[in-house]
Write a protein that binds this ligand. Structure first.
Ligand code: ZN
Length: 144
């Protein structure tokens, strides 16, 4: 009898904790509630895809403010880590991204934004930031 009580209560506490975590996980993965999971820096990853042809245009980071601005305006906003502030894509170039749809992944820490780009998405002038392909050890222009 001696240690059973303490083992039992510890086990139950752990089981309850685990069940609670499982419920939260299930609801995040299967439910309808949008519960974005920002990382320790308050950011989540956003992959921008061209609505017209499904090519990947860019990857950037959103904090809560950028996500709100995107949802409210219909234009992609990000958090600039280098400038440490809200950044509307195209705010200086005019090459804004009009958001069609937002897909949310299983654990809600990554978004895919289907967008209509108003111009080249990359600051280099390329249509996509992913304009090079690694072949062996060297980079080559993406041709298709
Ligand atoms: Zn780029």
């Amino acid at each position: 009898m001696w240690p059973l009580t303490s083992f039992w209560s510890t086990d139950v506490a752990l089981m309850q904790q685990e069940a609670g975590m499982t419920d939260a996980l299930n609801s995040r993965e299967q439910g309808q509630t949008f519960a974005p999971r920002f990382d320790a820096q308050g950011l989540l990853t956003a992959v921008v895809v061209n609505s017209a042809d499904s090519t990947v245009l860019m990857v950037a980071f959103m904090d809560e403010e950028a996500l709100e601005a995107t949802r409210n305006s219909g234009f992609a906003h990000f958090h600039s880590r280098s400038r440490g502030r809200l950044w509307k894509k195209g705010e200086t170039s005019g090459h804004v991204l009009a958001v069609d749809r937002i897909l949310v992944d299983c654990d809600q820490d990554t978004l895919v934004l289907f967008c209509n780009p108003a111009g080249p998405t990359c600051h280099t002038g390329a249509r996509s930031c992913f304009y090079r392909e690694l072949k062996g050890a060297t980079l080559h222009p993406v041709t298709s």
